[in-house]
Design a protein. Structure first.
Length: 319
């Protein structure tokens, strides 16, 4: 993909978050102007600290559930704002639903006002505990609407439906990405997801906590590959959902052992009860992204994890 396919001025909602801050940085590196908005519920000022001196970067601290006023033109919007960890949406179920519903409506209205293209970040969680494997975009999912994860799953499913409604009614230029497990620098140490948990436990020499027998599977995409996929999708004109993730699948137990090895740790494995509605399998079918965007992951698991372990080592030194 040419480095200059995207040009102009972009709004990144959730711009101080893990993936959002990497999107901001990449857009700036491609000589785009960036306006980031975040309320720091799960994002961090540290994630955008190095961007603040850039003349092409503007930051607005605000909850997107409220109407957002942006002066001047906007070429495109990346809607990445939402709690995205089970720890977060267990604490913030109503806020999670609100940002997926009310926040998405505000951002879509802004896109309509500016006649800007908009990419909304959905999730592999719309597939729930899938009965199809690997998961294609045509799969409708197996979701418990009233379970502990329902607030996140349903907020994203509603957001997809709302986005398609804006597309059909207003001919808005929309994109929908279904993001699968992503990891890398700038994840929070207390994020609650597998990679930060395992890295911090292994680096501290504590038992690495695996839920159930650890035979549930996941696939992990490095953040640089994810951002490349998001930018390629924004540069396309495809409006239906597209999976972006790494199809390399492994069990959580295998993954725990790999991180212990990369951390040169003496940690043992501790088994805990499996949380309710925890998906047993998760792996994207990325055929559409390969065909449509010429996209596939480039960074191997060992390389990506080593970069991530090094990041968490640096974070431990600040704790």
């Amino acid at each position: 993909m040419s480095e200059n396919v995207l040009s102009g001025r972009y709004l990144v909602a959730g711009g101080a978050g893990f993936i959002g801050s990497h999107v901001c940085e990449t857009l700036l590196n491609r000589n785009c102007e960036v306006v980031a908005v975040d309320n720091f519920v799960t994002g961090s000022p540290a994630n955008i600290k190095t961007l603040l001196g850039n003349k092409n970067f503007t930051f607005i601290e605000q909850d997107i559930v409220r109407p957002l006023s942006i002066s001047g033109p906007v070429t495109g919007i990346f809607h990445l704002a939402s709690p995205a960890s089970p720890v977060d949406y267990a604490k913030l179920p109503i806020e999670t639903l609100h940002v997926g519903a009310l926040g998405s409506d505000q951002i879509l209205k802004l896109a309509l006002e500016k006649r800007a293209s908009i990419l909304v970040a959905s999730t592999s969680e719309v597939y729930g505990d899938p009965l199809e494997h690997p998961q294609k975009e045509t799969y409708w999912g197996n979701v418990n609407t009233i379970g502990p994860r329902g607030c996140y799953d349903e907020s994203k499913r509603y957001m997809e439906a709302l986005t398609m409604a804006y597309h059909r009614v207003h001919q808005l230029s929309t994109r929908i990405v279904r993001i699968f497990n992503t990891y890398g620098p700038r994840m929070r140490v207390n994020d609650g997801r597998v990679v930060p948990n395992f890295c911090m436990q292994a680096l501290a020499g504590e038992p690495v906590t695996v839920y159930g027998k650890g035979d549930q599977t996941r696939s992990f995409c490095y953040v640089d590959d994810m951002v490349d996929g998001l930018l390629r999708l924004m540069a396309s004109s495809y409006f239906k959902p597209v999976n972006i993730g790494n199809p390399l699948e492994m069990s959580i137990l295998q993954f725990a052992r790999k991180i212990i090895e990369l951390c040169a740790s003496k940690s043992t494995i501790q088994y805990l009860p499996l949380p309710e509605d925890d998906p047993k399998i998760r792996r994207p079918d990325i055929s559409l992204a390969q065909e449509l965007l010429d996209w596939r992951p480039q960074i191997g698991l060992d390389e990506g994890l080593q970069r991530t372990v090094n990041y968490f080592k640096s974070q431990r030194s600040h704790l």
